[in-house]
Design a protein around this ligand. Structure first.
Ligand code: DON
Length: 307
């Protein structure tokens, strides 16, 4: 088994490698300098075995893959009702950076789009934390999911903040509706720091398998968040994790998933496996082109589609 799986993964990587379509995320200038040829894939099992091929120890920023994990921290820290009062669970069918708010309440439609994720960032940690302490809570929580100490890429963070006009606009809208109750700029700054946490494909597979394992990291044995929180998070990943490509993903791959604009992609299959891929070129939805192809193949080869 130990050599069969890496061989399978190597073959899968070789098959998608010629596809150079898509673009690196240009709206965060620092991400546009990433090596576009990087490619890796990792499987992590509930027993703690990790199998990988390609660039599995290259660091890149987590970006939107932080969203389900920060949602989990907010639910665990504040409880379901206060979080659900501020962020819905309905797919938006719109791009990740749309101002998808419920017209009457201003509540973001779900925690996977930027509007919802900026809000959930503000709900991580106990009430009343200073912005820096909240970032610390988030980095600690993401680190517990990964099972190792993670850090922030300051260059990517600064680069995104310089061009964060859209996220700032969203945050000011949220503040005007009373969904955010603090200085919108400080919340966006914290959210961008959260997105700038450095991970490898190996880390992401461990984070994904922790979700697949009902919140327990298989290597550290730590229960990072309670099982009911994980059920909520996986449900929202299944319906909203791939933004306006969520329907295509559900039919073609059928695994709760989340993508990030640095090229990471995770899938978590409850009770079975955590999967992560890394390839920086993105499709128009902001999802990794080769990552999506790899997941389609894994799902079909191994019968992972849950529907
Ligand atoms: O807020 C943003 O636009 C980025 N920090 C994260 C967006 C992202 O990763 C979208 N996912 N594919």
């Amino acid at each position: 088994m130990r050599s069969v799986i890496p061989d399978y993964l190597t073959e899968a990587l070789d098959d998608v490698r010629p596809d150079t379509s898509g673009e690196r995320a240009g709206y965060i200038p620092e991400l546009a300098t990433a090596d576009p040829e990087r490619l890796g894939a990792v499987f992590a099992t509930l027993e703690g075995a990790v199998y990988g091929a390609g660039d599995i120890d290259t660091e890149f920023t987590i970006q939107s893959i932080s969203k389900p994990f920060t949602y989990a921290l907010a639910l665990a820290d504040r409880g379901f009702a206060p979080v659900l009062a501020k962020v819905g669970v309905e797919p938006s069918g719109e791009a990740f950076n749309e101002i998808s708010l419920e017209p009457s309440t201003g509540r973001p439609l779900n925690p996977m789009i930027n509007a919802g994720a900026i809000t959930t960032h503000s709900l991580a940690g106990v009430e009343g934390l200073a912005p820096d302490q909240r970032v610390e809570r988030v980095v600690d929580g993401l680190s517990a999911f990964a099972g190792r100490r993670l850090s922030i890429d300051e260059a990517v963070c600064a680069s995104e903040m310089e061009h964060a006009h859209r996220n700032l606009a969203i945050a000011y809208m949220l503040r005007s509706h009373g969904i955010l109750t603090e200085d919108p700029r400080a919340v966006v700054d914290g959210y961008v720091r959260q997105c700038s946490v450095l991970v490898t494909a190996r880390d992401l597979a461990m984070m994904a398998v922790t979700l697949a394992n009902r919140g327990v990291n298989p290597l550290s044995g730590v229960q990072v968040v309670p099982a009911p929180v994980v059920r909520q998070v996986l449900s929202v990943m299944a319906t909203c994790g791939m933004y306006d490509a969520a329907g295509d993903w559900a039919t073609q791959v059928g695994i709760p998933a989340k993508s990030g604009v640095a090229g990471g992609l995770i899938g978590a299959l409850p009770g079975q496996i955590g999967i992560a891929t890394f390839s920086p070129r993105l499709d128009p939805h902001g999802n990794s082109v080769r990552g999506v192809s790899l997941f389609e193949r894994f799902s079909s080869d191994m019968g992972l589609h849950v529907m």
